[in-house]
Design a protein around this ligand. Structure first.
Ligand SMILES: Nc1ncnc2c1ncn2[C@@H]1O[C@H](COP(=O)(O)OP(=O)(O)OP(=O)(O)O)[C@@H](O)[C@H]1O
Length: 267
């Protein structure tokens, strides 16, 4: 009957046809450590024996190349782009492909097509999980992306300060609006671990993200300390989960990865 059928579903993107699950790591606002969390979680999932890819969907501010210490251009054959392997996982970012200054002036539609290309034209191959480091915020670009990418679930990263939590609520609402399951909230820079004495100080207060998660009916996935090792290893392109997998900082990421893997296998 005319008018009864919705729009034809878009054909699946070639590059992700053998990807079993795509998860988004998102935040309501910038600077909360979302990319650092995405990189370390991807590596933590890989340490569980999963075949993992990491897509940097932040076109205006790609940080994956720096965080994984990868340089150089990917191989391109025809329109197929080979991911760059870093710390044992496949990674892709606009930062590998174009000059950062050029991408900074792109308009919305170009950003959309760049993300489509990073999904569809990259030879992701067989992956158990593709972790997508989403752009910060909850604007139109993020909403479009969450609709375009067939997401198995979303993880919201927040810091303990109230304002970040208000933003985290927006992040949650955005995914709910497009029926993407929320795997839960991670509290980053949750408490300060003194590098010399190991003492814990809750400088931003404690428990905010856990309470917000409960109030919003979302799971609380865990807390990650504010620690010099995490920042330094990120800046050096040697993520803490890769270089000190047995240390307490990596443990925080590994525990959260376990919960995410459990959510995925329960599907
Ligand atoms: N748990 C942590 N402990 C110490 N430093 C951290 C932690 N998490 C992130 N950082 C540092 O905070 C800064 C911001 O992190 P990151 O770039 O991951 O944030 P982001 O939310 O992805 O930012 P943007 O939204 O601007 O892309 C970086 O210098 C990073 O090393």
């Amino acid at each position: 009957m005319p008018g009864k059928q919705g729009p034809k579903p878009a054909p699946p993107l070639e590059g992700i046809k053998d990807v079993k699950a795509i998860i988004a790591i998102a935040s309501g606002k910038g600077g909360v450590g979302k990319s650092t969390t995405a990189v370390n979680l991807a590596l933590a999932l890989a340490r569980r024996g999963l075949n993992v890819g990491l897509l940097d969907a932040d076109i205006y501010g790609p940080s994956v190349p720096r965080l994984v210490g990868a340089q150089g251009k990917p191989d391109v054959a025809g329109k197929i782009i080979e991911p760059i392997i870093a710390h044992g996982i496949k990674t892709m970012s606009i930062g590998y492909l174009v000059d950062q200054e050029k991408a900074m002036v792109w308009r919305g539609p170009m950003v959309g097509s760049a993300v489509t290309q990073l999904l569809g034209d990259v030879h992701w191959g067989d992956l158990d999980i593709l972790v997508v480091d989403m752009p910060p915020g909850t604007g139109d670009a993020q909403l479009t992306l969450s609709q375009k990418v067939p997401l198995a679930g979303a993880v919201i990263v927040s810091t303990p300060q109230d304002i970040a939590l208000i933003d985290a609520r927006k992040g949650l609402a955005m995914f709910r609006q497009v029926d993407v399951p929320i795997f839960g909230i991670i509290e980053n820079m949750s408490y300060f671990l003194c590098p010399s004495c190991g003492d814990r100080a809750d400088i931003f207060g404690t428990g905010g993200a856990r309470e917000t998660a409960a109030a919003l009916g979302a799971d609380f996935l865990g807390e990650i300390p504010l620690h010099m090792d995490i920042r330094e290893t990120s800046d050096q392109g040697t993520p803490v989960v890769s270089v000190s997998p047995d240390g307490p900082q990596a443990r925080a990421y590994l525990d959260i990865a376990e919960k995410i893997a459990a959510r995925l296998s329960a599907k």
